[in-house]
Design a protein around this ligand. Structure first.
Ligand code: ADP
Ligand code: MG
Length: 355
């Protein structure tokens, strides 16, 4: 009541703070997976194998063949803000790799059981380490927490088990494992289309065949064919646009006027991170509207490279939408090019039928 004295202010336990922070970065299994895929690609991998159980809530495992992690770095691997990718704040403006916050593995270790098995080229064996709340932890109570030598190939395997086991409210928020798995497949499909030279596979544990499987040597169009089907893969136009003044270049594959679907499929990458942009989506839909029948929508795979100094690099981790300078001008250049490409295909067809 009004007569009560104010409650005293107390600091939250560090453990609670860490769990809250982790829950802001990783809201669903797919968010953990995105960080793990980006780490594997950063490590120069040409093969990523993903294994999932219960929509990623029970198990999320990603095995890569990248450069691995040094044994000496394992004790601090999952501490917050430990990274091999960023040294000074100024680096934020020139960062070329996906990761930069050094927070992903730390966050995962606070809300799941995390195991890392890794081998560098120089090491004679692989090392396995378990983590809890940012620190090395024993596999079983009473054992040593030190990494253990084991057999293994070059690369890294990250195993995330029982995600949100200690965040019951979050755990209960999941309606169905298949819904989470659908989000995982959507994400894997995006990176599989975009990552030339990298093989991807994604499988549910216990099933004999993979849901997605893309060989490393497949072309971008073949990647689109494997993931989105032949109907769209046969109706694609190569897309390229660049502009020095606005500091960007872009490329991709976009469906022509013969193809349309009920909802726009937009695979958008900015500086090689999968992102959402409602302004780009709207502008593309508006551009296609004059070429497609009413209610028809395109397929667009668009990879944009923007001078990193001009991009607001996703500083807040939950922000899946990105912002960049001269957004309107860049979108206009892209849409002008789309319009020109769609127009060209039309005239060549008319020309062919007339001759
Ligand atoms: P960030 O990617 O922002 O640096 P992370 O927490 O995602 O932060 O990863 C911390 C560090 O762990 C990375 O900087 C990298 O050195 C190492 N690392 C993580 N995953 C891998 C991997 N799959 N292969 C090699 N090194 C990795
Ligand atoms: Mg990372």
């Amino acid at each position: 009541g009004p007569a009560e004295p104010p409650r005293r202010i107390k600091a939250l336990d560090q453990d609670v703070v860490n769990k809250i922070a982790a829950g802001e970065i990783i809201v669903a299994p797919v968010h953990a997976l995105k960080e793990l895929i980006e780490n594997a690609v950063d490590a120069g991998s040409t093969s990523l194998e993903i294994l999932v159980k219960d929509g990623g809530l029970k198990l999320l495992q990603i095995t890569d063949n990248g450069h691995g992690i040094n044994r000496e770095d394992l004790p601090i691997l999952c501490e917050r803000f430990t990274t091999s990718k960023l040294k000074a704040f100024e680096d934020l403006t020139s960062i070329g790799t996906y990761g930069f916050r050094g927070e992903a593995l730390a966050s995962i270790s606070h809300i799941a059981h995390l195991t890392v098995t890794t081998k560098t080229k120089e090491s004679s064996c692989a090392w396995r380490a378990h983590y809890a709340s940012g620190k090395l932890s024993p596999a079983k109570p009473g054992q040593s927490a030190d990494p253990k030598p084991c057999a293994g190939r070059q690369g890294t395997q990250i195993t995330v088990e029982d995600l949100f086991y200690n965040v019951p409210t979050r755990r209960r928020a999941f309606r169905s494992a298949s819904e989470e798995y659908a989000k995982i497949l959507d994400l894997v499909g995006r990176y599989a289309v975009h990552s030339a030279g990298v093989a991807f596979s994604c499988k549910k544990q216990g099933e004999s065949s993979a849901s997605v499987s893309v060989p490393s040597n497949s072309s971008t169009v073949d990647r689109i064919r494997i993931i989105h089907g032949g109907a769209v893969a046969n109706e694609l136009i190569r897309f390229e646009a660049a502009n020095e003044r606005w500091g960007f270049n872009s490329e991709g594959w976009i469906s022509n006027a013969n193809y349309n679907v009920k909802r726009t499929v937009l695979l958008l990458f900015i500086n090689h991170r999968s992102v959402e942009s409602s302004s780009i989506r709207k502008a593309i839909e508006h551009t296609y509207a004059t070429f497609l029948p009413k209610g028809g929508h395109p397929f667009v795979y668009l990879s944009l490279e923007i001078d990193p100094a001009r991009v607001d690099v996703n500083v807040h981790p939950t922000k899946r939408e990105v912002n960049f300078l001269n957004e309107d001008e860049i979108i206009e250049v892209i849409c002008d090019e789309i319009r020109a490409s769609l127009g060209k295909v039309d005239t060549s067809r008319t020309f062919m039928t007339q001759s």
